[in-house]
Write a protein that binds this ligand. Sequence first.
Ligand code: FAD
Length: 419
Amino acid sequence: MKVLVLGAGVIGTTCAHYLAKAGHEVTVVDRQPGPALETSLANAGGVCPSFAGPWAAPGMPLKVMRWLFARHAPLMLRPRIDPAQWRWLAAFLRNCTAERFADNKARMQRIAHYSKACLVALREETGIAYDHGTGGVLQIFRTGEELEGGHLSSRVLESFGVPHRLIDAREAKRIEPAIADAVPLAGALHLPADETGDCHMFTGKLADRLRQRGVAFQFNTTVERLLVNGGRLDGVVTDKGLLHADLTVVALASEAPFLLRPVGINLPIYPVKGYAVTLPIEREDAAPRSSVMDEHSKVMITRLGNRIRAAGVAEVGGYDRTAVPRQCETVVRTAKELFPAAATNGRAEYWAGLRPMTPDGPPYLGRTPIAGLVLNVGQGSNGWTQACGCGRIVADIVSGRPPEIDLEGLTFDRLMKPN
Ligand SMILES: Cc1cc2nc3c(=O)[nH]c(=O)nc-3n(C[C@H](O)[C@H](O)[C@H](O)COP(=O)(O)OP(=O)(O)OC[C@H]3O[C@@H](n4cnc5c(N)ncnc54)[C@H](O)[C@@H]3O)c2cc1C
């Protein structure tokens, strides 16, 4: 079958890999000059099924209220005259109940663990190296209240059978010895099965490999409109002309709703902006061995080869991608506080990206009511973690094979239920 994949981020490119592997003739289209140049460019680098879960959680509305008045808050709300933003926020609040959280968490855990297994298999099959590590993630708690949250997380992890250990400060320092003594540690949660790696490097190398195997990449091409006739996708209008295929996969992250709304598909995906800084490591012994998630600032600091990447902050405020210095500062501050001597003089690269977030958490995968139109969108803050699993599932659906995991709550049908 001739398949078009719209979007060459980590989601579109991994999906192209599984589609090509299933024997389809694949073309990937993107407005950028190369793969993974938008949200997949400089994320925190965590492949973390252990963390996978919705941000809409019991207690979150109260936390958000508190953060509204904090100077360096992990989450910021910038209200806009945009009905999509308000609809998204209302749906987010509706999903903060214990019952909905439990359902959404289970769905995200299902896809994330499956995805990690797919990534490991892909890595073994292709030999692609992407500054990856298998050293796990250490989530650190600075206060008693945060540690209390860690106990709650531990019970949830227990119920999903995720390997983890709640540990004291001394043990945490044994795992990540470079954490500065000045940082107060009430305890930590060690998640040994999680991995790390450079999402942009992975996607670029995978795209190179796909090109060698006959997958076409059409870059510098903006998708403008979807043509639907008689309930079937008839073509894709781009600034370089009309494209036709037997089937089209939409992997356009936060931009997907703009193309889908005019054809009657109202996806509740809204961008949540995040920031990152990448620094060259100057002192090996002063850098993280693997990855540290600071629960206090919600900033994650990860080793990627000879660099460290610190990323965090969540800003619900529209589609601007500027790396605003003040927000980057929140991320840099945490990195310097935790690992003060790791990188002092090197050139810092600042970045901002838009997480394509659904209000309830899980992505939208698979067929739509429009024949020939398939979704692979809304992976939010977990897209690197979920990419291989989502790509494999979509390729299986397209190829008429039953996906290997239960898709309850992960497909278009969920849109039909009030959320
Ligand atoms: C600060 C931050 C930290 C993060 N940390 C992690 C992490 O540690 N672990 C994790 O799993 N996830 C993380 N994420 C989330 C992860 O980066 C995203 O979920 C993932 O990159 C989304 O991939 P994507 O392919 O859907 O989006 P993108 O990479 O943005 O790809 C979409 C593509 O569509 C193209 N496009 C859009 N509109 C058009 C159009 N009209 N025409 C043509 N092309 C178009 C874009 O150019 C882009 O290449 C983080 C995100 C942020 C912002």
